[in-house]
Design a protein around this ligand. Structure first.
Ligand code: ZN
Length: 468
């Protein structure tokens, strides 16, 4: 009996499963830590490894792009489906976070070990399994005669260290990269058996406020009671930034916030139980907190926040020091939602800080360079429908829809310059310890991910053709 191209790609993936795992192990052995300059050569080596494999599987173009002072970006393409077929841009990152064995690793983070169906190594879930899933789904489709879509592929080597270069790269190479849909593959599900399609991400802005009282640290006996303590002044200022339920009191902070519609509330409702299970097991907090008129999963994805990330000043060593400090500082980040304007949020906080600084101290406001808008993607695009169908076939479960509380700044430039149609396709599990000790990938999820991507390309080609 003749196999369809998808069936023969799936059969190929099954026959080559052991080698696919072995290749994942090979890539995991390369400590491509982008945050540590000492490992720049390893990031380079990982990029070369990818190029070699991309050429071997039959991509027609595979090359490294690098700008001075930046780590390599790997680009590859296969345009064999022809002009009438849609083009998919796949994005993943192949760099990893640092990992020291002393941080609690049971085995060497760069010597992958398999135990109970899990493969332990730094980068296992974040995000080298995603890289190999994309690569091997393509290999299987190419071996079966070629995918029904054109493929462009961008693997980033500095996602974990700020993604500085990729913004400019996308702006400068929009013709090279343009596609009918962008698939960003990274991230995780709240449950091994429950795929999630995130159709929104929060944005982010950062800032720092320093309050200065006296010009130098003072003796608390000589001056205490006569000088406004900057820690106290800053604390009083911060206490004015939220009400008791967590609503942000900075005037204009909520300008532009898109309300959650009833339709969206219904779509997101399925996510609640997964979020609550995860929330309870992971946070350990005595009880939930925050805007009471929103459910927790709504607060996390669809509402903005103003968070104090750290506060310092004065003496915090062991023992006692009777100091009346000169300065106190707070670091703040805000998670934003559509359609808040990041620049405007920063200005509003700046104005509010100026307004509430008491005359007994001075304050300086320093905006951070991190700045991304919140985004929402259309759930009813051919690519989004294809992703849902691909998960259903590859995972055996229909995905639930959610808005993710975190930020992926690169999404904004993809959406702006490359394609309106964005899909986030994660294949990890939240408990896999991304960025922590003993990170792992569940091998069953790795293989299902490859099958799911094989289905995706096939279903997307059809969905796109019937939509145009
Ligand atoms: Zn990461």
């Amino acid at each position: 009996m003749m196999l369809s191209p998808v069936e023969s790609a799936l059969a190929y993936a099954r026959e080559n499963a052991a080698r696919f795992r072995a290749q994942l192990v090979e890539l995991l052995r390369i400590p491509s830590i982008s945050t540590l300059p000492d490992h720049a050569a390893d990031v380079e080596r990982a990029a070369e490894w990818l190029i070699a494999d991309l050429r071997r599987i039959g991509m027609t173009r595979a090359e490294i792009f690098r700008a001075d002072g930046y780590l390599p970006l790997v680009y590859a393409e296969w345009l064999g489906a022809g002009e009438g077929a849609p083009t998919v841009l796949l994005y993943c990152h192949y760099d990893v976070q640092p990992a020291e064995i002393e941080a609690g690793w049971v085995t060497d983070p760069f010597d992958p070990v398999e135990r109970d169906g899990k493969l332990y190594a730094r980068g296992a879930v974040d995000s080298k399994s995603h890289v190999i899933i994309q690569l091997k789904a393509l290999e299987a489709l190419l071996a079966a005669g070629g995918p029904p879509v054109n493929i462009k592929l961008l693997f980033e080597g500095e996602e974990e260290s700020g993604s500085e270069h990729i913004f400019q790269f996308v702006r400068d190479n929009r013709d090279l990269l343009r596609a009918d849909a962008c698939v960003l593959s990274d991230g995780s599900f709240p449950d091994v058996n429950q795929p999630v399609l995130d159709y929104g991400l929060r944005g982010i802005v950062a800032m720092e406020i320093t309050v200065t009282g006296p010009t130098r640290d003072l003796h608390s006996g000589h001056y205490g009671g006569s000088v406004h303590n900057p820690i106290q002044a800053l604390s009083a200022m911060l206490a004015q930034m939220h009400d008791a339920d967590g609503r942000v009191l900075v005037p204009g902070f909520y300008d532009g916030v898109r309300p959650i519609t009833d339709e969206e509330r219904a779509v997101m409702a399925d996510y609640e139980r997964w979020v609550m299970d995860e929330w309870r097991s992971f946070t350990g907090a005595p009880q939930p907190w925050g805007e009471p008129e929103y459910r927790i999963h709504e607060r996390l994805g669809a509402r903005p926040t103003l968070e104090f990330n750290g506060i310092y000043g004065g003496f915090s060593g062991p023992g006692v020091k009777t100091v009346l400090p000169s300065k106190a500082t707070v670091k703040i980040t805000c998670r934003l939602v559509p359609d808040q304007d990041p620049d405007q949020v920063v200005e509003r906080v700046r104005d509010f800080v100026a307004q509430i600084t008491p005359p007994t101290v001075t304050s300086t406001f320093t905006p951070g360079s991190d700045r991304a808008s919140g985004v929402i993607f259309d759930r009813d695009t051919p690519a989004m429908r294809a992703a849902a169908e691909a998960y259903a076939r590859g995972w055996g479960a229909r995905p639930i829809y959610a808005r993710e509380g975190g930020s992926i700044p690169v999404v904004e430039v993809f959406q702006k310059y490359l394609s309106e149609s964005i899909v986030l396709m994660p294949f990890g599990y939240k408990g896999c310890g991304a960025h922590s000790a003993n990170e792992y990938v569940i091998l069953d999820m790795f293989h299902k991910g490859i099958d799911t991507m094989i289905y995706f390309h096939d279903v997307f080609a059809e969905a796109f053709a019937s939509a145009t």
